[in-house]
Design a protein around this ligand. Structure first.
Ligand SMILES: [Zn+2]
Length: 532
């Protein structure tokens, strides 16, 4: 595998001379390996200097396991946060500047969006963490519903994108999966590549807005995230590129461990009902990944995020998760939630959910929607294509159920995009946000792993017929019923139930609609209340 990786590297390096020169530029702009290793800062602090890692669950934050697949690591659960529940597995939409592009939070929340990601880097530079803190935190500042949670990152990812943006760009042409999908990257890539200086203390970078020097340390990112006040926060980490000398990667992982420990210590001084996830690093090096898992799981973080370079193909990503995730399922580690940073395309969602990932963030579904790519149960369609110009009365996806599919057809959406109407962005984003939760990838994963084994959240009955069996004094109800799962509603065809003789029915064919919460568990009798 390693030899194969080296061969691939040669091919990519040889692909264009432009890439070589850009690579050299990033080497000169980042003071990285030799200087900082000379400082020999030593190993990260011993876990015994922290409270025990198993002291959770906290009263304000916990993961509740509803169902664990017996066939894979896939699981269904709920993350309880100070701002409501996250039903998992779940897609996490990205609101880089504290706003979703083209839609309101209400629009998104109506599609079932719960957790939303906001980027500390962008908010630090505009409007500034102080402003949001003075306003009373993100929820108040953006006026989001009190029962919908936020997660913020450390800002480290965007800072390192400044340094490695050129490499990312090169790799992205080869289809690398990376955290760069989090938005704002194009804004941050100055033509000259602004310098980023990494030391043991932290990182100094130039603001993409006005060129001012900004200092970010493991402590200052936590202070900024305290002001933002998200439910889940992230410690400072370093994001080395995919192509990296193994010794430089090792030094980087060790520095990241020291930084994450410092961020955690700063957080524990003043928790403020925020949960902190660690970020597991190590790139594609499994020895370093294991070291990262072992060290970070020994600290009292509230959850695990998987970050760093996750390979340059879906295959590499899924191979890595296949090997990594069982380690996060050992012992009491499984009682904490797991997040995959920056990846949420359909095949990766399916693969990652199978490996026990609970939440995934990426601006992918909302970014592609703005360019006309719409997700449907039959696969992606590009509404820009002329073949949709006359599809009057045909919704984007007849099974979607989003407000856009209920009201508008493909012909009109095609026109809106061609005419560059801003309304297109709103409508297409609402549709994709709803679709990403109802996609075959999710539904298939439910059918495959959960449907037959999981306890659904509830069953909705629609009575279509009631007949009386005179001899037995029984009623036979014919129902159409819908089972509600955390991510999907699955409709079943007609099903008959037989009533108790004591049931009173008014009318021969009463309409019956009943939602039954299955909190009682399996085996208990369902009590039906029909009204005519
Ligand atoms: Zn739709």
């Amino acid at each position: 595998r390693r030899q194969h990786g080296l061969e691939r590297r040669h091919v990519i390096l040889a692909k264009s001379s432009a890439f070589r020169s850009r690579t050299q530029r990033f080497r000169t702009s980042v003071c990285f390996s030799s200087r900082t290793t000379c400082e020999t800062p030593g190993p990260p602090p011993d876990p015994s200097t922290f409270p025990p890692s198993a002291y959770e669950p906290r009263p304000f934050f916990r993961y509740e396991l509803l169902y664990q697949s017996k066939k894979s690591l896939a699981r269904v659960g709920r993350i309880h946060t100070p701002h409501g529940i996250i039903d998992t597995p779940a897609y996490v939409a990205v609101a880089t500047n504290g706003a979703l592009k083209g839609v309101t939070f209400e629009d998104a929340d109506k599609t079932g969006q719960q957790l939303v990601f906001a980027n500390t880097y962008h908010l630090m530079l505009q409007p500034g963490a102080d402003i949001i803190g003075e306003a009373g935190g993100l929820h108040k500042y953006v006026n989001r519903a009190k029962d919908k949670p936020f997660i913020t990152d450390s800002g480290g990812f965007q800072v390192f994108s400044l340094a490695y943006g050129s490499v990312h760009e090169e790799l992205s042409t080869g289809g690398e999966l990376k955290r760069a999908s989090k938005g704002g990257r194009s804004k941050t890539s100055h033509s000259n590549g602004p310098p980023v200086k990494v030391t043991e203390e932290g990182v100094v970078f130039k603001s993409y807005r006005d060129g001012a020097e900004v200092y970010l340390s493991p402590e200052s990112t936590v202070q900024a995230q305290k002001k933002l006040g998200a439910d889940i926060i992230i410690p400072l980490d370093e994001l080395p590129p995919y192509h990296i000398d193994p010794r430089v990667l090792e030094a980087s992982v060790e520095r990241t461990h020291r930084w994450e420990a410092r961020s955690l210590r700063e957080h524990l001084k003043d928790v403020r009902e925020q949960a902190m996830y660690c970020v597991i690093h190590g790139g594609m090096d499994r020895t370093l990944r294991k070291k990262s898992v072992d060290y970070l799981t020994s600290l009292p973080f509230d959850g695990f995020a998987v970050g760093g370079s996750l390979g340059k193909s879906k295959g590499e990503l899924l191979d890595l998760l296949d090997w990594l995730m069982p380690q996060l399922n050992e012992n009491d580690r499984r009682s904490k939630p797991r997040h995959l940073l920056g990846i949420a395309d359909e095949p990766s969602i399916l693969g990652a959910v199978k490996q026990g990932i609970d939440t995934l963030d990426s601006c992918y579904p909302t970014r592609i929607s703005r360019h006309g790519t719409l997700l449907t149960r039959q696969g992606k369609i590009n509404i820009k294509s002329g073949k949709y110009a006359k599809q009057y009365g045909v919704p984007v996806d007849p099974e979607c159920g989003c407000p856009v599919c209920e009201k508008y057809d493909r012909a009109y959406l095609h026109h809106l995009l061609k005419a560059k109407e801003p309304l297109f962005i709103q409508l297409s984003t609402i549709h994709n946000l709803q679709s990403i939760r109802g996609l075959d990838t999710f539904v298939v994963s439910f059918k495959k792993f959960a449907l037959l084994e999981v306890e659904p959240l509830g069953v909705e009955f629609d009575c279509v017929d009631v007949r009386r069996l005179d001899v037995e004094q029984y009623f036979v109800y014919t129902f159409q019923f819908t089972v509600h799962f955390p991510l999907a509603k699955i409709k079943y065809g007609l099903h008959q139930l037989r009533s108790d003789p004591s049931t009173t029915i008014r009318g021969e064919n009463p309409e019956c609609h009943y939602v039954y919460p299955l909190s009682a568990g399996a085996g208990e009798e369902i009590e039906l209340e029909c009204r005519s």
